[in-house]
Design a protein around this ligand. Structure first.
Ligand code: ADP
Length: 631
């Protein structure tokens, strides 16, 4: 006997089951319910073999919301004659519902009573609850995933994107869903593909705690073709997929790169400034608050004549002792008052050119930190020695020129005045002669004599002026050996007859030769003798001599005349200068004699000067470079 044919055994077996087992008749009415079923539903079944189907249909034991579905299943099974599995809520005797997995199978009644059905139900309430909880948590996770503020991308290990959230789509600028299925390789620079593949393959690490270990910056291509820098941290999910969190770090990278650029710029700028400082053609230096050189450029080192490095750490007084007295008080002031001293001219010597005074144009600036603290002094030094020399020379030549112009003006005024005097005298006398025809013979003679004298004076004046003009025009005298002794004696002889009660004496006359112009030297002697006669009253003594003095021939003409006051003496060689206008006029002097004499003597490379005392007399000296002989 098989178990299936022994109803009692079958019933016992069914009663031992954990599942609820129903037997339903062709209408779906319950004809059997096992023990577990009775215990659960509280429904006592009439028994496996009972024929009377007086019980309500099985659907009544299920949740009303499931009735329709149950009937549909029932229909399917009865029509197709095949079993079907479904889930439904079964009411307990307490009136609660639990989920059951139901298996409805059609069966031919072994006892030939047509089709019957077996419905076996397994309690799946716990699994369902777990499933529900899972579903809920999954839903929560999905929401979180979708709205997480960080971009999340999930890809398979080949790099194909399975899932991305909203933030990822926003980061990459794609419309919702457009990223799904895209390979990650298409989102990065091609040269980065090996790095991506290495990142994707770095499997085995599913511990989120190690997220930071798999972090790197990636440049990602956005939907519109632009690029965005993202920091990506990734891990391998338990299902083997690759999950990454990404966030935009463009700003951070921009700032970093700007800072880097700035550093580069600052470094370049500094190098540039250094180069400018080093090669600037002006002297530059920086001194600390102790006034020690911290920096000196080539130009300044060159000016000072000391290598740049020999300045460092030393004070100006150690490097340029000659300048220290001028400089250090100024530098102290710059430090103490915090004010620049600009355009200060400094003069002194440097080790480069001892004994030579050099000039610099300097400016000293206090240097401060942003905090206000004084760092030291920066200086700019420009050497102006040559410029100053040129300026001085220019100033001197300007002064000379001005003096010359002044002298010229005075000379022209004087000359016209001098010329006018004799002319007026001549004109006056001629007018007298013309008007007074019947004047006395003696008066007529006097007028004629005066006119003749003035004409002579005029002629002399014109001659003198011509001589000076020639000199001014740069005329040079042609020099040749001249025997001074012979010349002196000749002039002495000629002068004798000029003497007007004067004692003319000859002193020592050495035989000396000079390189000279005989006529001009004679003119000098005549001018001096003429003055001696003019300014020595009759009875006075005039003494002429010639001697050698230190390799030079010295002519000495001494008179015992009226002399010249000390205050006039420096001017007697100036043109038209006269000590006593009236006396000079009287004596017929033009005021040009001594200036002509001076010009001639200087042309000989000699010197002329007077010594005089009022009331005692005057001595004129002429010194000329002497030759030893006539050759
Ligand atoms: P001048 O033709 O007027 O003599 P000079 O140039 O020769 O002009 O001399 C300038 C001035 O110097 C004279 O006017 C005179 O006052 C003074 N001087 C020159 N020589 C003598 C002298 N030997 N004794 C006194 N005064 C003199």
């Amino acid at each position: 006997m098989t178990p299936s044919t022994d109803p009692k055994l079958a019933e016992d077996l069914l009663d031992d089951l954990e599942q609820i087992v129903w037997r339903l008749d062709v209408q779906g009415q319950v004809v059997y319910l096992n023990r577990r079923g009775s215990e659960y539903t509280g429904y006592e079944c009439p028994g496996w073999a009972e024929d009377q189907a007086v019980h309500p249909p099985f659907t009544e034991h299920f949740h009303p919301d499931d009735h329709a579905a149950l009937l549909e299943r029932w229909q399917q099974v009865s029509e197709r004659g095949e079993p079907l599995r479904f889930e439904a809520r079964l009411r307990s005797k307490e009136g609660a519902y639990r989920w059951f997995s139901c298996y409805l199978a059609p069966r031919e009644d072994p006892q030939g009573r047509g089709r019957v059905y077996t419905l076996s139900c397994t309690d799946i309430e716990e699994r369902k609850a777990a499933e529900q909880a899972l579903r809920e948590s999954e839903a929560r996770f999905r929401t979180l995933f979708a709205h997480a503020p960080a971009a999340i991308l999930i890809a398979d290990r080949e790099g194909q994107l399975n899932e991305v959230n909203l933030a990822a789509e926003q980061l990459l600028g794609y419309p919702p869903g457009a990223l799904w299925g895209k390979p990650l390789q298409a989102l990065i620079r091609s040269e980065e593909i090996p790095r991506l593949e290495e990142t994707l393959q770095r499997g085995g690490n599913s511990d989120p705690a190690n997220l930071a270990e798999h972090r790197g910056d990636w440049e990602l291509r956005r939907g519109d073709g632009s690029w965005v820098w993202a920091e990506v941290s990734s891990l391998i999910l338990p299902d083997g997929r690759w999950l990454a969190f990404a966030h935009d770090v463009s700003e951070r990278r921009r700032v970093a790169s700007e800072r880097e650029q700035l550093l580069v710029d600052v470094a370049t700028e500094r190098a540039l400034i250094d180069r400018i400082l080093e090669t600037a053609p002006v002297g530059l230096c920086f001194l600390d608050t102790e006034l020690r050189y911290q920096r000196v450029n080539e130009a300044l080192a060159e000016m000072n004549g000391i290598p740049p490095e020999d300045h460092l750490g030393r004070r100006p007084r150690e490097v340029l002792p000659q300048l220290a007295e001028t400089l250090e008080p100024i530098l102290q002031r710059v430090l103490e008052q915090g004010e620049a001293v600009l355009g200060l001219e400094v003069e002194g010597e440097t080790p480069k050119a001892p004994g030579q005074v050099r000039s610099w144009l300097t400016s000293w600036y206090p240097v401060f930190r942003a905090t206000g603290e004084t760092l030291g002094i920066g200086a700019v030094v420009l050497e102006i020695t040559e410029r100053k020399k040129a300026e001085d020379a220019l100033r001197q030549s300007e002064a000379r020129l001005r003096a010359l112009v002044e002298a010229q003006k005075r000379f022209v005024a004087d000359a016209s005045h001098e010329l006018r005097a004799p002319l007026t005298a001549i004109q006056g006398n001629l007018e007298i002669l013309r008007r007074f025809r019947h004047m006395k013979q003696a008066d007529r003679q006097a007028a004629l004599d005066e006119a003749a004298r003035e004409a002579q004076r005029l002629a002399r004046l014109v001659n003198d002026l011509l001589a000076l003009a020639r000199g001014d025009a740069g005329a040079r005298l042609h020099l040749q050996p001249v025997g001074l002794r012979e010349l002196l004696l000749e002039v002495f002889e000629e002068a004798r007859h000029l003497a007007d009660g004067h004692h003319l004496e000859l002193g020592e006359v050495q035989d000396l030769w000079v390189q000279g112009h005989r006529d001009r030297l004679k003119q000098v002697l005549i001018i001096l003798l003429d003055n001696a006669f003019k300014y020595t009253p009759p009875g006075g003594t005039i003494r002429l001599g010639l001697s050698e003095q230190g390799g030079r021939a010295r002519i000495r003409l001494e008179d015992s005349g009226i002399g010249i006051a000390a205050e006039d003496l420096p001017y007697v060689f100036e043109r038209f200068y006269r000590v006593d206008e009236s006396r000079s006029q009287q004596s017929g002097g033009s005021g040009l004699g001594l200036s002509i004499a001076k010009w001639i003597v200087e042309q000989h490379g000699g010197e002329i000067w007077l010594q005089s005392q009022v009331g005692q007399g005057t001595t004129a000296f002429v010194e000329l470079p002497a030759r030893l002989d006539r050759s």
